[in-house]
Design a protein around this ligand. Structure first.
Ligand code: WTA
Length: 641
């Protein structure tokens, strides 16, 4: 066995290269605008665009003059081909129940759902909120919105009632699509109870459509709640797609922005679909007989772009799984691959680290020979995890695409093309053809080799339309005005570029944490902690964790008259979990007399970070207005998390 250290460059496996769609490095040489014009031409437009790209960053318009419909592109056009009876979605529930929708089936169900939405008064100037688990009905609901040209607003099913309420009200949604429950870790997850709890407070919802998953009989609020199964039986099987402009919004998706607060990111229809369709086809080398599994929940951008829109645009077969990866035991994922003949698995480093911890014996018990490509997204992957995935799961035959991108970018921006570029375990590779990313130093100068901030320096088709309710130029200020002399997109990620132009993403350098591949805004957590009557000040940092990537540590200054107790720690923990959801778990609460501050009163997070990590050397202290704060902090450390 070759030692891992020597395996710093891995060539794409020869049989894969020979059979791939694209194995010509010339793809990188094309003019960006021509490249994207050609990709857009692969979609079905009702009116072809007049101009590929116009305007200056960040106010660019892609495909102006063009009109199209997203659901038509994902469904109808395939019905005219051999794909009509091809599986669009193969679903397996946590209990092993399966469902298959052909493209024809999916088209019919989307039309019916769209007709129901029409009946319920769906309106193109509003956002329909979808709060659903990983079941095909969620995809159907999204595409039904798209069919009517109504942007959807999917909220991750793991969010708490309060997080759901805030996002519903911010979007001003009148229609909410949800379901009676979901199966998770062997139990029923009470989706509808969360919804009812959220809707006890003041909200904008007028209509709730409840999809049947657990065969429950949820109590209905008269005039507001409707069971989808009753509505569905009374509508037509066809619904004409609504033609929308390329720059009309396809969806809204909330994410923690670089300042740590949740923001509604708006994505376009024409540009987004062009970017996502092309990256999905090229990065995953989609072939007609692939069975493609993106393990990400549809509530995140990965689920939108590469769980739904990308694969359906390419007429691929999506595999979808409802439940936990270790239910009923740790062989579940490998069983799914074997039973369904999955050929492409796109997952996260967090899950890969769990697989490693659980042990090789689980994948080894199953025939994984159907796999031909593996993918990773959401956080940096270490070279050891990468190599484990390559050897144990891919048996050295499957290239790995480590893909870097964000909710805001909509599509994959950095990766190796699987049959074109050699892979470097731990590196995300180079900018995707037709895009340009660079590493900037703090002055905005390009670093050709070395460390800096990952920056996008050329327009890309799925760039966001902007942020919802952004009257004050927040989008431009947050993402585009970081450097005085250059207008370029600030990603919030630190990265290194090596001599071969490969990029190694280090992680967030702003007020965002990445826990199990999920973005969590620090200020959202801190605001929640300071709402408690005992808390005077709160500051949070993320520290490295073997499985989750990062975990959350909270530093708390108590108000006079309050004392640090075990029960207060528990209360603060559950406060955050209730307000935000189960992903926002605080691993450690550290009480301190004061927080380290600068002369201008800004908390010096860098010091908290060093202290939380148990480092002796905490760096420069000269900026501190209250150096004594450090002693107060240090008494609590080191501690193991
Ligand atoms: C991180 C997820 C390293 C990064 C698609 C980014 C990654 C944030 C990678 C976006 C990767 C995503 N390697 N880090 N391959 N992919 N990230 O919006 O910090 O949920 O800014 O989109 O995840 O998270 P988001």
């Amino acid at each position: 066995m070759v030692s891992n250290r020597k395996r710093s460059i891995i060539m794409p496996p020869q049989p894969f290269v020979a059979a791939a769609h694209i194995n010509d490095p010339m793809v990188y040489q094309q003019d960006a605008v021509d490249f994207w014009a050609a990709r857009a031409a692969e979609l079905s437009w009702t009116t072809p665009p007049k101009q590929t790209l116009s305007g200056e960053m960040p106010n660019c318009t892609w495909f102006s003059g063009g009109t199209l419909n997203a659901s038509y592109n994902c469904l109808d056009r395939h019905l005219k081909t051999h794909r009509k009876n091809k599986a669009a979605i193969i679903f397996e529930g946590e209990h092993g129940d399966t469902r298959v929708y052909t493209y024809k089936d999916l088209h019919r169900e989307v039309c019916r759902f769209a007709n129901v939405l029409k009946q319920m008064g769906a309106n193109r100037s509003e956002y329909i909120t979808i709060f659903m688990p990983m079941i095909p009905d969620t995809v159907i609901a999204m595409l039904a919105c798209a069919r009517l040209g109504v942007p959807h607003n999917v909220i991750f099913g793991g969010f708490s009632a309060q997080a759901l309420l805030e996002r519903i009200n911010d979007a001003g949604s009148k229609i909410l699509i949800t379901c009676d429950g979901a199966y998770r870790k062997g139990r029923i997850f009470p989706v509808i109870e969360n919804v009812n709890q959220a809707l006890e407070s003041e909200n904008t919802i007028e209509t709730v459509i409840i999809v049947d998953r657990i065969k429950g009989e949820p109590p209905l609020v008269y005039g507001r709640d409707h069971l989808y199964r009753s509505l569905r039986s009374n509508v037509a099987f066809d619904c004409p797609p609504v033609d929308v402009k390329a720059e009309d919004p396809l969806f809204l998706l909330y994410v923690s922005g670089p300042d740590g607060a949740p923001k509604g990111v708006l994505h376009s229809t024409g540009g987004y679909l062009t970017g996502v369709g092309a990256t999905h086809k090229y990065v995953f080398d989609i072939e007609e007989d692939d069975v493609y599994w993106c393990t990400a929940d549809v509530g995140w951008i990965s689920g939108h772009s590469y769980g739904v829109y990308g694969p359906l645009l390419n007429g691929a077969t999506i595999f979808m799984y409802e439940g936990a990866p270790d239910y009923p035991d740790k062989t579940r994922c490998w069983k799914l691959i074997e039973n369904h003949g999955i050929t492409i698995m796109y997952t996260t480093p967090t899950l890969i680290r769990s697989f490693i911890k659980w042990g090789e014996e689980f994948p080894q018990k199953h025939d994984l020979s159907s796999l031909r490509l593996l993918g990773s997204v959401g956080e940096p992957i270490s070279s050891d995890s990468w190599l484990w995935f390559y050897d144990v799961v891919g048996k050295g035959l499957c290239p790995i695409v480590d893909t870097w991108w964000q909710t805001e970018t909509g599509m994959i921006m950095l990766t190796t093309l699987p049959a074109v570029s050699p892979m470097k375990p731990g590196s995300t590779g180079k900018p995707f053809p037709g895009t340009m990313l660079e590493i900037f130093d703090e002055k905005g100068k390009t670093v050709t080799e070395g460390q800096g901030v990952l920056t996008i320096t050329q327009p890309w088709p799925s760039m966001p339309l902007g942020l919802l309710h952004d009257d004050g130029g927040l989008y431009e200020k947050t993402y585009w005005k970081r450097w005085k002399n250059r207008t370029a997109y600030y990603t919030g990620d630190g990265a290194r570029i090596d001599k071969d132009g490969y990029i190694w993403v280090g992680g967030r350098i702003d007020d965002v944490l990445n826990i199990s591949g999920h973005r969590l805004g620090i200020s959202e957590v801190e605001n929640c902690l300071t709402k408690h009557e005992a808390v005077a000040e709160a500051a949070c940092v993320g520290i490295p964790h073997d499985i989750k990537g990062q975990v959350l540590v909270a530093f708390i200054v108590l108000k006079d008259g309050y004392f640090a107790t075990r029960s207060l720690i528990e209360t603060l923990r559950s406060l955050v979990a209730e307000k935000i959801g189960a992903i926002a778990q605080i691993s450690e609460v550290i009480f301190t007399a004061e927080l380290p501050k600068t002369q201008t009163g800004k908390t010096v997070r860098r010091l908290l970070q060093a202290v939380a990590e148990g480092k002796d050397d905490v760096g420069d202290l000269s900026i501190l207005a209250n150096p004594g704060a450090l002693d107060s902090l240090r008494q609590f450390l080191p501690r193991s998390l």
